[in-house]
Design a protein around this ligand. Sequence first.
Ligand code: SF4
Length: 393
Amino acid sequence: IHGHEPLLSEMIVQAAELPEMIEFAQKNGAKGIQLSGICCTANEILMRHGVPLAGDFLQQELAIVTGAVDAMVVDVQCIMENIANVAQCFHTKVITTNPRAKIASGDVLHIEFDEHTAFEDAKKIVRVAVENFPKRDKPVIIPPAKSDLVAGFSYEAINYHLGGTFRASYTPLNDNIINGRIRGIGGVVGCNNARVVHDQGHLAVVKELIKNDVIVLTTGCNAIACAKAGLLTPESAKVYCGPGLAEVCETVGIPPVLHMGSCVDNSRILMAATEVVKAGGLGNDISDLPAAGSAPEWMSEKAISIGHYFVVSGVYTVFGVTMPVSGSPIFENYLYKELENLYGGMWDLEVDPIAHAHKMIAHIDKKRKALGLDRARERVLMSMDDRRTLDAA
Ligand code: SF4
């Protein structure tokens, strides 16, 4: 399942789980039906149904090359036209579902997905996949690389992880930012870009941030890159994090990189940031927080609109690879400097991933200083008398 429409993928999951559909698969010689996701649909059905990830944007053709894909169901955005040509070398059926995103190449089947007949359309699609199973004519070669991961940190789930049902709250996170164990928060999101080595920018930025005690919230193809590298497990904290963040992850049992969904779920990151402001002690606005955003390998136009949504919400947001404004120094100055006076957040560009992470860290430190959190606090051991005096005051 590949694309961005959560409704389509949701219905396909339900159709594939029907006993009659599993029986149909068995009649066609299969053990059952294995769904797997590519791109942001993958993140969505992973979060909601635990369907495993197959890969990110730059791996869509590779998934077909395994010979194990009986049908690749696509909707809108991030669908490479060439998957139809690759599929022709195998038995894979490419099924388009959206009238705005048909594919002209290859032998592609179009089954229109209409939300009024959603379940019936989904069943039709799953049937086509099952009927294609006996036509597998090439050896199935699935690379053995697998990674465990913990995903699905909606802002409500973070609340729960920090305090359980009894004391669900963002306060433990704020306390650990205030006491300096966690230096700040980095939202690292976005696409793969074919102009850079696959996933290299994503992983370098994320690893540099967590090494410097910055907890990372991730979505989109960055989340998939982190999953493949094993960064979405609590155990990775000991290997990759600075001592403060590692201690918090060990205590709470969370990974240092929190998977929050698909690239269209970036609003969840801003909701979490809003909760941090509400929990208190870190200023009165998102722009006061020791936090920064990043899209190290962005490529989709949508990334620009999401980035701007972050900037005008008060987040310093750094993009990698390139920005299509370099020919206009006046506009560049407006995006990279003047916007901060208007919204508290601004754009920036940094191609080198390590320098990119350090620009984010420098911004986080600037905000810590403004909040008076740059000085190590003296630890005072209090006697009962001291506590009584405090309470009386
Ligand atoms: S993060 Fe970018 S490349 Fe990946 S699925 Fe979303 S829009 Fe496409």
